[in-house]
Design a protein around this ligand. Structure first.
Ligand SMILES: [Zn+2]
Length: 214
């Protein structure tokens, strides 16, 4: 079938973590994937990460995000789906996944928004889940490299915008999705922007926990 052929085209042929010819994860890398973990971040937003930012998970995220390996969206989304189950039990509406926005120039350079692609792959495998790119970054957004947590938060909160044309239905539970959490400032800024628009963020789902001290 054509649909099967199209899906097959985007399946990786190698291990996402080390490149061995054993997709989606070779036994050694699979053994290092610990499973979803809950994070305690300031601000009280429940956050679940797929794993720490190291080892095969870190390598897979870097290959996916920076080295053009869009086919790794599938294996990474499968890990996110396990984290989603931790945050949002089956039943009821949603969840609706809200991608943390990338700078438009960065998304263009990567051939598309890598977090949106992940969200779509998660939603495709999870009945009831939807993707809604409600948040965007205003133009002239500064890169956050080199900023401390407080500067990062101030920088972000001033440039996050809610798209009036991309609002989820009122009252549905929203999960913010991002690739890596470092200080949590991005997730808090996203949460605040959604709350400010009268929406209902209930948690955040990220691939990698790069916070210090855990
Ligand atoms: Zn491997």
């Amino acid at each position: 079938m054509l649909a099967t052929a199209l899906v097959d085209l985007v399946l990786p042929a190698d291990c996402a973590g080390c490149g061995a010819p054993a997709p989606p994860w070779c036994p050694a890398c699979a053994a290092e994937l610990a499973g979803p973990r809950r994070l305690a971040l300031p601000g009280g937003l429940p956050v679940v990460a797929v794993g720490r930012y190291r080892g095969p998970l870190r390598t897979a995220v870097l290959r996916y995000k920076e080295r053009g390996r869009r086919d790794l969206a599938g294996p990474l989304a499968a890990l996110l789906a396990a984290g989603l189950a931790e945050l949002h039990a089956a039943g009821g509406a949603g969840p609706w996944l809200v991608p943390a926005p990338s700078r438009p120039a960065a998304a263009r350079a990567r051939g598309g928004d890598h977090v949106v692609r992940l969200c779509r792959a998660v939603a495709a495998a999870r009945p009831g889940a939807r993707v809604v790119p409600t948040l965007r970054l205003a133009r002239r957004a500064r890169d956050s490299v080199g900023l401390d947590a407080a500067q990062r938060a101030a920088n972000l909160s001033g440039r996050l915008r809610v798209r009036p044309s991309r609002l989820p239905p009122e009252g549905v539970p929203l999960l913010i999705v991002d690739d890596v959490v470092t200080t949590g400032a991005t997730l808090r800024a996203c949460r605040d922007a959604l709350v400010g628009a009268g929406l209902r963020p209930v948690g955040a789902l990220v691939l990698c926990d790069a916070t210090t001290g855990s």
